[in-house]
Design a protein around this ligand. Structure first.
Ligand SMILES: Cc1ncc(COP(=O)(O)O)c(C=O)c1O
Length: 388
C-alpha cells in the first residue's frame, strides 16, 4: 500500500510509536456507519490496542471495550468508561468476583465454567453471562493455526457436542470469535455459519457476539456485505449483535519510527535500527510478516527491486533472527536516517518487552492540527522496575 510520509518533527526522538489521529478518526467513521446501518454494537478489543490517550477519539463511536482479563477490564472501566465485556479461557482465583464490580458482561469458556462461577455472578445484580462457543469455523487466516481459534484441540470455546449441558437459562450472550484479519467473506461466512449450525442455541439468548478479526478498515473489505449479513441475522433471530474487533479498528492508523544506528556488511548490507522485531514488533517474527516502510520496497526473494539500495534491517538484540526484513531504498542509508514502518498500532506496543535492555519506544500522537505530542517516554527505570 502506498502511503505518504506523515509530517513528523525533524528532531523526533526514536524509536516511537506514533498514532495518526486523522487516520483513527477515518477508521471510527467506518465503525459508526456499520453500527448505524447494521444496528449492532461495536466494542474495542483492548488486547490489540490499549492506548488510553486515544480513547476520547473512540468513545463517542464505540459502545465500550472487551477485555482478556482483570487488568484490561479495569483499564476499560477506568479509562474508556462505557460497557466492559471480558472473556478468558479460565480465570484466576478471585478474578471473577473482582470482575463483577467493573464488568457487566462476563463470558465463560464452557458449561463447567458457567456452573463454577454462577454463584459468584448471581451475587452481583445486573451482570450478564456469556458463553464462548467453538463454532468450528476455520478460515484460511493470517498465521494459519497459530491464529485460528478453531484449530484442532483449541482451548477456546465450548464445542458443539457440549452445548446441551449448558445451563442456558443463565446465559444471555452467545460468543463466537473465530476470525483473524478476515475480509468481508470471512465475517459474513462466520455469521451465516453460526446461523445455520447453532440456531437452537441462538434462540435461547438475547445477544450474539461475533468476536473480533473483522478487518473492517482494511482496503478491500466490503463493509456493505458485513452490514447485510448482520441485518439478515438480526431479522432472523431478533437478537442484539455485537462485534469486538481490535486490529480492524486501528489498522493503518500509525507508525513505528526508527533510526539507523549502524551499518554492517556480510555479503549484503545490513542496517541496524534502534527498533527491533524481537522487542517492538513481535508479530513480525510470530506471524511472520514483513511490515511496509514509507519510501522503500520490500525485497522479495529472487526479485530485483526497482529501488537500487537494498538493506536487511534488524534490531540490536543478540537474537540472530531479530530481522525485520529486506528493503530497497532510493539512496544509501546512513546512521541517523529515519525509517517509518506503517500499520504499527495493533498488537505492537501491547506486546513490547525489554529483552537485552533495549529501551521501549516512546508513545506519541500526531494530531490533526499537525502537532506532535509524546505521551510517554520510557527509560532505564522501566527496565529496572520490572526486574524486582
Ligand atoms: C475473544 C477475542 N475477541 C476479540 C479479539 C480481537 O481480534 P482482532 O484484533 O483480530 O480484531 C480477539 C483476538 O484474539 C479475541 O481473542
Amino acid at each position: 500500500m502506498t502511503m505518504h510520509a506523515p509530517k513528523l518533527p525533524a528532531n523526533i526522538a526514536t524509536p516511537a510509536y506514533v498514532l495518526d489521529e486523522a487516520a483513527l478518526k477515518r477508521n471510527m467513521s467506518v465503525a459508526a456507519r456499520i453500527k448505524s446501518e447494521a444496528g449492532c454494537k461495536i466494542l474495542l478489543a483492548t488486547k490489540a490496542f490499549s492506548l488510553p490517550a486515544a480513547f476520547p477519539l473512540m468513545r463517542d463511536t464505540l459502545d465500550g471495550t472487551t477485555a482478556s482479563g482483570e487488568y484490561e477490564a479495569r483499564m476499560g472501566h477506568e479509562e474508556f468508561g462505557k460497557e466492559v465485556h471480558v472473556y478468558s479461557p479460565a480465570f484466576f482465583p478471585g478474578e471473577v468476583e473482582r470482575l463483577t464490580k467493573i464488568a457487566k458482561h462476563i463470558y465463560f469458556n464452557s458449561a463447567e465454567q458457567v456452573r463454577r462461577y454462577l454463584p459468584v455472578v448471581k451475587k452481583a445484580p445486573g451482570v450478564k453471562i456469556g458463553l464462548r462457543i467453538n463454532p468450528g469455523y476455520s478460515q484460511a487466516t493470517l498465521g494459519g493455526p497459530l491464529y485460528d481459534p478453531c484449530a484442532p484441540f483449541s482451548r477456546f470455546g465450548a464445542t458443539r457436542d457440549t452445548l446441551d449441558d449448558v445451563p442456558w437459562d443463565e446465559v444471555s450472550i452467545l460468543h463466537a470469535h473465530a476470525l483473524c484479519e478476515a475480509r468481508h467473506t470471512g465475517s459474513a461466512g462466520l455469521i451465516e455459519h453460526v446461523a445455520k449450525n447453532f440456531a437452537p442455541y441462538i434462540r435461547k439468548v438475547d445477544a450474539v457476539n461475533f468476536g473480533g478479526g473483522h478487518f473492517i478498515n482494511k482496503p478491500g473489505y466490503d463493509v456493505d456485505a458485513l452490514i447485510r449479513a448482520i441485518k439478515a441475522f438480526r431479522a432472523e433471530f431478533k437478537v442484539e449483535v455485537i462485534l469486538e474487533p481490535g486490529a480492524g479498528l486501528v489498522v493503518d492508523t500509525g507508525y513505528l519510527v526508527a533510526s539507523v544506528i549502524g551499518i554492517h556488511r556480510n555479503e549484503k548490507d545490513i542496517a541496524i535500527l534502534d527498533a527491533s522485531a524481537s522487542t517492538h514488533m513481535p508479530d513480525v517474527l510470530e506471524v511472520p510478516y514483513t511490515p511496509h516502510i514509507i519510501g522503500a520496497d520490500i525485497v522479495e526473494p529472487g526479485t530485483a527491486p526497482a529501488r537500487k539500495h537494498s538493506y536487511i534491517l534488524g534490531g540490536k538484540t543478540c537474537m540472530t533472527g531479530d530481522i525485520i526484513g529486506e528493503y530497497a531504498f532510493n539512496k544509501p542509508l546512513s546512521v541517523g536516517d529515519h525509517v517509518i514502518f506503517t500499520d504499527m498500532m495493533q498488537y505492537s506496543f501491547v506486546k513490547n518487552n525489554t529483552f537485552n535492555g533495549v529501551p521501549l519506544p516512546d508513545l506519541a500522537v500526531l494530531n490533526t492540527d499537525g502537532t506532535y505530542k509524546v505521551l510517554r517516554s520510557f527509560g532505564y527505570d522501566e527496565f529496572r522496575r520490572r526486574l524486582g
